[in-house]
Design a protein around this ligand. Structure first.
Ligand SMILES: Nc1nc2c(ncn2[C@@H]2O[C@H](COP(=O)(O)OP(=O)(O)OP(=O)(O)O)[C@@H](O)[C@H]2O)c(=O)[nH]1
Ligand SMILES: [Mg+2]
Length: 217
């Protein structure tokens, strides 16, 4: 990175930090597609296995403890939850139900799956997706399925490792390498992945800046 690029990035990060610490508001919760808000601004959606830390990452990004409901119980988020960022609203963050939660009743899982799939495939204003992956587990087949679906839907996505505070640096480095190698094989995935800890604030500033770029603001 040149000095100029580094300065530009630092400036973007400052702007991102300011924006995320400003107005962030819960807009609505959509249990069905007919309840989606008007597609008036760009949207960035958070996907990932149940309990991977989607709601926690949303809280960390916005610097608010409880704007999105996080929980030790997998399957906490059951609707598409929309949050608006900026005054006036510049873009929205969308917290989604997790996938791959074996204990949920089949019917409930089918309902979430359809909701998420239809949203991801058909939403005009969806500019970027985050696919969250637990640092301790790396990519699972359900993640690969999601990535394939996004490749097919031509929705660009960033792979984000979560809970990086939970493993040793040496193990983390191995996971990063493996996940990055796989991400490079997916057409719609960013070749570089993000490493985060919502608990420790790791990687949060960089991700904020990346999201600002994605939203085009
Ligand atoms: N140590 C640590 N724990 C985390 C981190 N992020 C999330 N967790 C914990 O992981 C659990 C699940 O977090 P959530 O944010 O609710 O996960 P989710 O992906 O929204 O889960 P669903 O809504 O069920 O799909 C909670 O107990 C969080 O406190 C992190 O960065 N570090
Ligand atoms: Mg959640």
């Amino acid at each position: 990175m040149t000095e100029e690029e580094a300065a530009e990035l630092a400036q973007l990060e400052r702007r991102a930090n300011k924006l995320f610490s400003g107005r962030v508001e819960f807009l609505l919760s959509a249990p069905q597609l007919k309840f989606l808000p008007e597609p008036t601004v760009p949207e960035i959606a958070f996907a990932g296995r149940s309990n991977v830390g989607k709601s926690s990452l949303l809280n960390a990004l916005t610097g608010r403890k409880k704007i999105a409901r996080a929980s030790v119980t997998p399957g906490r988020t059951q609707e598409l939850n929309f949050f608006e960022v900026g005054e006036p609203t510049l873009f929205r963050l969308v917290d989604m139900p997790g996938y791959g939660f074996a204990k949920a009743p089949v019917k409930v899982v089918e309902k979430w799956k359809n909701l998420v799939k239809t949203y991801l495939r058909g939403r005009q204003v969806l500019v970027r997706n985050l696919v969250l992956v637990d640092s301790r587990h790396g990519l699972k087949d359900v993640d690969r399925e999601m990535m394939k679906m996004l490749d097919e839907a031509a929705v660009g996505y960033r792979v984000v490792l979560t809970k990086a505070d939970k493993i040793k640096a040496s193990e983390l480095a191995k996971t990063v390498e493996a996940v990055e190698a796989e991400a490079k094989k997916h057409v719609a995935a960013y070749p570089q992945i993000h490493v985060t800890s919502s608990e420790k604030g790791m990687g949060i500033g960089e991700l904020r800046a990346a999201l600002l770029r994605d939203a085009g603001v």
